[in-house]
Each structure stands twice: as structure tokens, then as C-alpha cells.
Design a protein. Sequence first.
Length: 227
Amino acid sequence: MGSSDMRADFPFHVSAVLFDLDGTLVNSTAAVDRHTRLWADRCGLDPEWTIAATRGIADEEFIPRLVPHRDPEAELAWLTALSCRDTEGIRPVPGADRTLDRLPPRRWGVVTAAARTVAAARIAAAGLPEPPLLLTAEDVGSGKPDPEGYLKGAAALGVPPADCLVFEDSPTGRRAGADAGMTVVAVGAPPHDMEVPHLRDFTEAAVSTSADGRLVLARRHRRGSRI
């Protein structure tokens, strides 16, 4: 995957599709940042620095790293309860619902660093369908950028990792998908951020099924968007 010319990479012919959640299917940035600021204030940390330091990292991983003197279980419980209770402003990424509706059952899933209850709350708040496969922080021993979550996703769907397509917005998530041996589409990332196919303005994918039963995902984007 050394080429940065994404025009040569579409359409994709794959057996399964795995999505990150926050920033990829669900626009939750405002809510996550709001919760992180409140937690930073609670712990006496600089809010903006904390937001930058925790982007794309599971709560249970950054809590002991940033506040080793505090009870990690208590802090995790506080953040989880807040994240489930406050879903104001959470919306689907444009086109996410249409893409998911076109994918056959058991051919797609979500791999997220969020806790299961938090992920479920955000999916419901965004009005997206319940994923046939949802792998969360509780399901892995090591979070992104470790590829464990994506490898487990491929295994659960019964397809080889090389036959999976990953949609990710964060550098840590894109590294996880790439290290799992999957093709990765970077959602909303700066050009040439990583040596993976790059889709600058992902809104929805045109999905069909080929004669051999594989999924075919073609580019579709808003008029006037630059990709």
C-alpha cells in the first residue's frame, strides 16, 4: 500500500468491512471533548492538553498514565457514567446510515476503543443500526494502535484479515488496521497522513455484491467535495 493516489484503489472488493466508531460513523467530538474537559478539571489537568493527549486512546489506558495517583477504576466509572448520560450533540457522520443499511448482515462490524455501554449509547443517540458485531474496550487486552481488535473482528466475521476493509479517522486506529494486514481508508485525515488509501470527504459508499459474493464499495461523495 505504498501509493498515495487513492483513485487507483476504488472500487474495493472485500469480504467484510470494519468501522471505527467515534469520528468515523458517529460525530461525537463535541461530546467527547466536553467530557474530557470536565474530567481534566476534576483531576487538575489542563483541559486542552488532556484532549490532545487522549485522542483515540481508550479511557482505561490514558487514565493511569495521566493521573497515576488516582484510583483508575473510580475515574473510569466516573467518565463512563458521564459518557452514557450525556449524549447531547452526537450525530451520525453524513452518509453513515445509508452505507450501513446497504451492507449485508454479518459482513460488517464496529471496532472501538470505547466501553460497550458508551458505544451503545452513542450508536443509539446517532440513530444508527445496531452492529452485527461490536468489539469494545472490554473485548481486547490491548487497545489501538495494537491490531488485536481488528484481528478479532476479522475472526468473528470468519474472513481473513487481508480481505477486510477498515474505515478509521485517527492515526492510532489506522495503524491498528494496517498492522492487522487490512486495507485502511482514512476518514477526514490530512492528505498523505499515512501510506494508506485516503478518502478526504467520506460521506457514504455505494455498496453492491459481485458474482462471487464479495462486497464492492465504490466512492460516493458530496458534489464539490475534494477527494
